[in-house]
Design a protein around this ligand. Structure first.
Ligand code: ADP
Ligand code: ASP
Ligand code: MG
Length: 402
C-alpha cells in the first residue's frame, strides 16, 4: 500500500464533467488499495474572476487580508464539489480547507509561505480510510487569519503535503501531458521531456513556464519529492521532475517567456559612488524584488539605471522612488510595462561556448531588439518588447531545439 498525493489544477476541475473525471481518477487509485490525498485549485478562471470582483468594489486596492478571504472561496467550492462527486461513486471521502488540513503559514497575505503542516488530521482521516480532498493555495497564520500562497500556489500545497506525509508519489495533473521545451500551446514544435532536473525545472518555472509553480519545485528539491506532471484528460506517462536525469543530448532544455515584467528607468542620476546602493536599498526596504539591472556608462557626470520588477510590484517600486526625485536630482523616472523576458535554460550551458551568440543571432534574424541581458550558469535571459515575445520564443526554440 502506498500514499499517493494528486493535485488537479483549475482546468482539470473546470466543470461538472471534469470534476467527475477527476473523481474517477482518484477512486481508481484508491481501489488499488492506496491511500489518496488530493489537492485541488479553484475551478477554471474562478480566481481571476474573484480578483475582478474585488477590483470592482475598490479599484484603488483592497486590503490583502480581505483578498485572501475572498480568493480562498474558489478552492472551497472545488473541494466540496469533488468530494460530492467521489461520494456519488460510493467511496468514503472528506474535504478539508487549508487550515483543517494543518497548513500553517507566515502572515504575508496573498504571498504567504508555508511554515509547517500539522499532519494529525490528515493521518486521522487516512486511518479512517477516507480519500482526503484538500483546498490548495491556502493556510492560516498565527493570528488565525486565512492566507493564500500566491498565484499557482496549489502546486506548492501538494508538494508540501507529499513532503510532510512522506508520500510515495506526488502527481501534478494539468491540461497538458507534461513539461515541454516551450509552452506547447504557443510553440507547436515543442518537445515533451521524459525527465527534467529540479534545477532546470526551477529555472523554467521562475522564468515563466507556468506549468509548475516555482516555489513548489524549490520545495520538491529541498525535501526530495519526485514529481510527475501529467494530463488529467489523457491517460499517459507525464514528465518526471527529480534530482538527476539520464544524460540528455540537448544542451538547452527549454525556452520560457515571462510577460509579467515592468522595466523602470531612472534617467540622469549623479555618476558618483553610493547612488546605486541608495536606490536599491530603498527598494529593498519596500520589499520590491529586483530582477535584471542595467547601468549606462557615465557621461557628463550623470548616468541612467534601468531595472526590471514583476508587473504587480511596479507601482510599489515607483512609489518608493518618487520620494527620491529631489534627493537625487534625477531627470525622469519612466516605466515600461510592454516588455517581456525570454530565457533559455539548460544545465552545463556555461561550459559550452557560442550559446549566447546563437541566441542573439536567432533574435537578430527575427528582427527583435534586445534591451537587457542577464545570465547564470544555467540560464540566459533577454528583455525585449512584449509584442515580439512569441516570435522570439519560436525563433530561439527553432535555433536550439528543432
Ligand atoms: P493548472 O491550472 O493545472 O495549474 P496552469 O495553467 O497553471 O495549469 O499550467 C499549465 C499550462 O502551462 C499549460 O496549459 C501550458 O500552456 C503552460 N506552459 C507554459 N510553459 C510550459 C512548458 N514548458 N511545458 C508545459 N506547459 C507549459
Ligand atoms: N487558484 C489559484 C490561482 O489561480 C491557485 C492555483 O491555481 O494554484 O492562482
Ligand atoms: Mg498552475
Amino acid at each position: 500500500m502506498a500514499l499517493i498525493v494528486k493535485k488537479f489544477g483549475g482546468s482539470s476541475v473546470a466543470n461538472a464533467e471534469r470534476v467527475n473525471n477527476v473523481a474517477n481518477i482518484i477512486t481508481d487509485e484508491y481501489r488499488k488499495g492506496n491511500d489518496v490525498i488530493v489537492v485541488v485549485s479553484a475551478q477554471g478562471d474562478t480566481t481571476d474572476e474573484l480578483i475582478e470582483k474585488a477590483n470592482e468594489i475598490n479599484p484603488n486596492g483592497v486590503s490583502k487580508r480581505e483578498m485572501d478571504v475572498l480568493l480562498t472561496a474558489g478552492e472551497q467550492i472545488s473541494i466540496a464539489l469533488l468530494a460530492m462527486a467521489v461520494e456519488k461513486l460510493g467511496f468514503p471521502v472528506i474535504s478539508l480547507l487549508g487550515w483543517q488540513a494543518g497548513f500553517e503559514t507566515d502572515a504575508n497575505h496573498t504571498v504567504a509561505r508555508i511554515k509547517k503542516i500539522n499532519t494529525e488530521r490528515l493521518k486521522a482521516e487516512l486511518a479512517k480510510k477516507n480519500i482526503i480532498i484538500v483546498a490548495g493555495f491556502q493556510g492560516i497564520n498565527k493570528y488565525d487569519d486565512i492566507t493564500t500562497l500566491g498565484r499557482g500556489g496549489s502546486d506548492t500545497s501538494a508538494v508540501a503535503i507529499a513532503a510532510a506525509m512522506n508520500a510515495d508519489r506526488c502527481q501534478i495533473y494539468t491540461d497538458v501531458d507534461g513539461v515541454y521545451s516551450a509552452d506547447p500551446r504557443k510553440v507547436t514544435s515543442a518537445v515533451k521531456m521524459d525527465e527534467i532536473t529540479y534545477d532546470e525545472m526551477l529555472e523554467l518555472a521562475t522564468l515563466g513556464a507556468q506549468v509548475l509553480n516555482n516555489r513548489s519545485v524549490e520545495m520538491a528539491k529541498k525535501y526530495n519529492v519526485e514529481l510527475e506532471v501529467l494530463s488529467s484528460l489523457e491517460k499517459k506517462k507525464g514528465t518526471i521532475v527529480k534530482e538527476k536525469v539520464k544524460m540528455e543530448k540537448t544542451l538547452i532544455r527549454g525556452v520560457a517567456k515571462d510577460e509579467n515584467v515592468s522595466c523602470i528607468s531612472i534617467i540622469g542620476l549623479k555618476d558618483a559612488p553610493g547612488v546605486a546602493f541608495k536606490i536599491f536599498n530603498i527598494l529593498a526596504q519596500k520589499k520590491v524584488n529586483i530582477d535584471m539591472i542595467l547601468q549606462s556608462v557615465g557621461r557628463d557626470g550623470t548616468k541612467d539605471i534601468s531595472f526590471t520588477v514583476s508587473f504587480s510590484q511596479s507601482p510599489d517600486a515607483v512609489r518608493a522612488l518618487d520620494g527620491l526625485k529631489d534627493r537625487f536630482e534625477v531627470k525622469a523616472i519612466s516605466v515600461n510595462d510592454e516588455t517581456a523576458k525570454v530565457s533559455i535554460v539548460g544545465a552545463g550551458m556555461q561550459s559550452h561556448p557560442g550559446i549566447a551568440s546563437k541566441m542573439f543571432e536567432a533574435l537578430y534574424d527575427a528582427n527583435v531588439n534586445i534591451q537587457m541581458i542577464a545570465t547564470s550558469e544555467i540560464k540566459l535571459s533577454v528583455l525585449i518588447e512584449q509584442k515580439s515575445a512569441d516570435k522570439a520564443v519560436q525563433a530561439i526554440h527553432d535555433a536550439f531545439i528543432n
